[in-house]
Each structure stands twice: as structure tokens, then as C-alpha cells.
Ligand binder design. Structure first.
Ligand code: GDP
Length: 377
């Protein structure tokens, strides 16, 4: 069995997509095969006591300093680590070349894509990647970025895609009874419903969805829109809803249990993520799509970054090439609204798709094999 040290700025109980990804994968590895070095955070003592693997914390953020390099070397020596995994690639990854042991990087999305497009930083990032043993990419999108950057490099690290996944036991298809219960508890419609879950920022495209819903034929009973999440765009979205006259409910931030139940109760999931700032800002992957599909709900997905990899286009939902175009979003919505059989078919395809390719148990096996392959080679 190989042993490694994961050094990251982002680990629970801090909340967020990266934290979630790291925890869900690493908590499924052999507990003796790794330890985590991360930053201190409120509630960390309780969290660390219950995880079943070793976590050491320091005051953050973790920066590429000589004292941190020394700390990592000492910890790696004591633990018997064969490899150090650093996250994020910049600036923390710059430590890699100063360590006594081989290192790898974990790549997520924006934190590598943006520097790779800025000339002053791309050379630095390329050097840090080139000298790594392994790059673990959370999806095709960051992997492609590494591949493009390394292009003509002679010493290639192993690039292994380990997609974000979903806990398919927790996110599961709901019974009719469960669907009714959560709708009643939250005072929601018993009719058709479209769910949106995400931070309320322009890139996530809730505005396109609202406009698209306003274009639906009003003669038939229109669906209700459920909006979960919070963010700076809320005021603008509220005004848009008021003007459009659609039936929409802001649910704010929900507990994990309520969120799972709400996914299960929705008929359609839609998040029309889009590129901004000439492509500098894109969707890394879109875990919300996996969560919805695990609950058997078909998805409408905006084509941005790695989002189209999070569904089976045409099978478990539709990708909108131009997510800003409310008319095409409205047509896709209309197709699903009018077609209960199609929703059912796509919903069961969605569950199958996620179980086959995005079950965290399977993804953790891929991660383990990749680490072993570079350490034990
Ligand atoms: P990101 O914010 O760009 O990383 O978007 P992702 O779609 O990749 O991940 C968002 C994560 O935050 C998903 O796991 C969501 O379920 C979760 N999330 C968003 N809003 C809420 C909320 O109100 N409550 C809970 N419990 N989770 C949320």
C-alpha cells in the first residue's frame, strides 16, 4: 500500500465544491494510506475527531513558504509518505520542487484555467505541472487545460481525470409520498416544478431560466420555479420575476436533507451556466447536475466549461449551446413539460448514467489506482 500526504487549503468543515470533492474521495480511501494537512477552521476539532483518518491543521492560508516546506517534509517523513499532493496548483504547488519527496497536484477548474491564459502566469504554472509526478484533474476541462499547457514538454506527468461525483445512496429517487411531503412542508405547488440550485451569480444563468419560463404557453398550467441558493444577484432576479409574472419561489439556503428531498420532488432541473469575461469564467463541472440526475430528474444544462460532461446529452437531459438565448431554453423546457414519458425515460437514464460513471466509490478506486501507479511504479 502506498502512502501520501494531501496538503490543501480547502477541506471541510469549510463548505464548498472543492472541499466536498476532496472529502468525498479521500474519505473513501484506506484511512492509513494518507493523511491531510490543511488549515484551521471553526468546528474542525469535532470534524477531525470523527473522520477516521489523520488530519493536521495549521493557521491558514497555506502559502509556498520555506517554513511550510519544512513542515511538510517533517510530516511526510514521520508518516512515511511516498508522495505529496498539493492543492491548489498555484501558489501552493510552487512548493513542490522544494520538497524532499515527489509531488502531485490536484486541479479543479478556474484556479488553473485562468492562470493558463495569462502569459505572466502560464509559464509558472507549466513549470509547476511539468515537474509533478501526477496531475489529478477534477474533470476533462482542467485535464485539457493541463494537456494544452504541457504540450511540448518532455517530462510528462501522469494526467488522471477523477471526475466529481455524487453519493448515490444519499441522492436517490424519491417515492410519491416523499415528493408530496417536502412540497407540503415548504408550501410548494403539487403541480409541475422546475428546480434551480446554485449560487445566485450571473454566470449560473437563473435569469435565462426566468425569461424562458415567461415565454412558455400560459394557456396550460405553467410550472412553478424553485430557486435554491443565495447570492448577490437575488435583487435583480426578484425584479425579473416580478416583471415576468411567473410563479417562482426563492427557498434560500437549505439544509442538506431538505435539498436532497427537493431534488427528488422536482420534475425538471435547470441551470443555464454560461461563460463570462471572454471565457475566463466558466463552469468547472456542475455537481448540481449529478445530484439532480442521481434523484432521477432530467436536466437542462448550459454549455460552459466542463458542464456538458455532467450529463448524457439527449439521454439524461439537454445541453443548451447558447444558454443566454431564452427562446431556445424555453423550447427545451416546453419539450420536457409536454412529454411526461420523455421526462420519465430521461430521468431513469439519468440515474443509470450517474450510477455507472459518477458513484464516488468507483471514482475513489480510480484515484487510488492512479496514486499507486505513480508511487509503486
Ligand atoms: P460551484 O458553487 O460553482 O462549486 O457549483 P457546483 O454545482 O459544482 O456545486 C455546488 C454545491 O453546493 C452542490 O453540491 C450543491 O448541492 C451545494 N449547494 C448549493 N446551494 C445549496 C444550499 O442551499 N444548501 C445545501 N445544503 N447545499 C447547497
Amino acid at each position: 500500500m502506498s502512502r501520501h500526504l494531501l496538503v490543501t487549503n480547502d477541506f471541510p468543515p469549510k463548505v464548498g465544491g472543492i472541499q466536498n470533492y476532496l472529502y468525498e474521495l479521500w474519505s473513501r480511501l484506506e484511512p492509513d494510506s494518507f493523511m491531510v494537512l490543511t488549515t484551521d477552521h471553526q468546528g474542525a476539532d469535532d470534524f477531525d475527531r470523527n473522520v477516521g483518518f489523520q488530519v493536521q491543521r495549521v493557521k491558514g492560508p497555506l502559502l509556498p513558504t520555506a517554513s511550510l516546506a519544512k513542515k511538510i517534509d517533517e510530516l511526510a517523513e514521520k508518516f512515511g509518505a511516498d508522495l505529496i499532493l498539493l492543492d491548489p496548483a498555484l501558489p501552493l504547488g510552487m512548493l513542490g520542487r522544494r520538497l524532499h519527496r515527489p509531488y502531485g497536484l490536484v486541479l479543479h477548474g478556474a484556479e488553473v484555467v485562468i492562470p493558463s491564459k495569462i502569459p505572466a502566469l502560464s509559464g509558472l504554472l507549466k513549470g509547476v505541472m511539468r515537474d509533478a509526478k501526477i496531475l489529478i484533474a477534477a474533470g476533462r476541462y482542467p485535464a485539457q487545460c493541463a494537456f494544452d499547457l504541457l504540450g511540448d514538454s518532455t517530462t510528462d506527468p501522469v494526467i488522471q481525470i477523477v471526475n466529481p461525483g455524487v453519493d448515490v445512496d444519499r441522492f436517490a429517487v424519491a417515492s410519491e409520498m416523499q415528493k408530496l411531503e417536502i412540497r407540503r412542508e415548504l408550501g410548494l405547488t403539487e403541480g409541475l416544478a422546475v428546480l434551480f440550485v446554485s449560487r445566485l451569480v450571473p454566470r449560473k444563468g437563473a435569469d435565462s431560466l426566468i425569461k424562458a419560463m415567461a415565454m412558455l404557453n400560459r394557456d396550460e398550467s405553467p410550472p412553478q420555479l424553485w430557486i435554491v441558493g443565495s447570492g448577490r444577484d437575488k435583487g435583480r432576479l426578484s425584479r425579473l420575476i416580478e416583471r415576468s409574472g411567473i410563479d417562482a419561489v426563492f427557498l434560500g439556503k437549505l439544509s442538506q436533507d431538505k435539498l436532497v428531498a427537493l431534488y427528488g420532488a422536482a420534475d425538471i432541473f435547470a441551470m443555464l451556466c454560461r461563460n463570462r469575461w471572454f471565457g475566463l469564467e466558466q463552469e468547472g463541472f456542475g455537481i448540481v447536475f449529478l445530484e439532480a440526475q442521481a434523484c432521477g430528474v432530467p436536466c437542462l444544462v448550459g454549455d460552459s466549461g466542463g458542464a456538458r460532461d455532467a450529463l448524457e446529452p439527449g439521454g439524461s437531459g439537454f445541453v443548451l449551446d447558447n444558454p443566454r438565448d431564452a427562446k431556445s431554453v424555453s423550447l427545451a423546457l416546453d419539450t420536457l413539460i409536454r412529454n411526461p414519458e420523455l421526462r420519465l425515460k430521461m430521468g431513469s437514464r439519468a440515474r443509470y448514467f450517474v450510477e455507472s460513471d459518477f458513484d464516488y466509490r468507483k471514482l475513489a478506486d480510480i484515484l487510488k489506482d492512479a496514486i499507486d501507479s505513480v508511487v509503486l511504479a
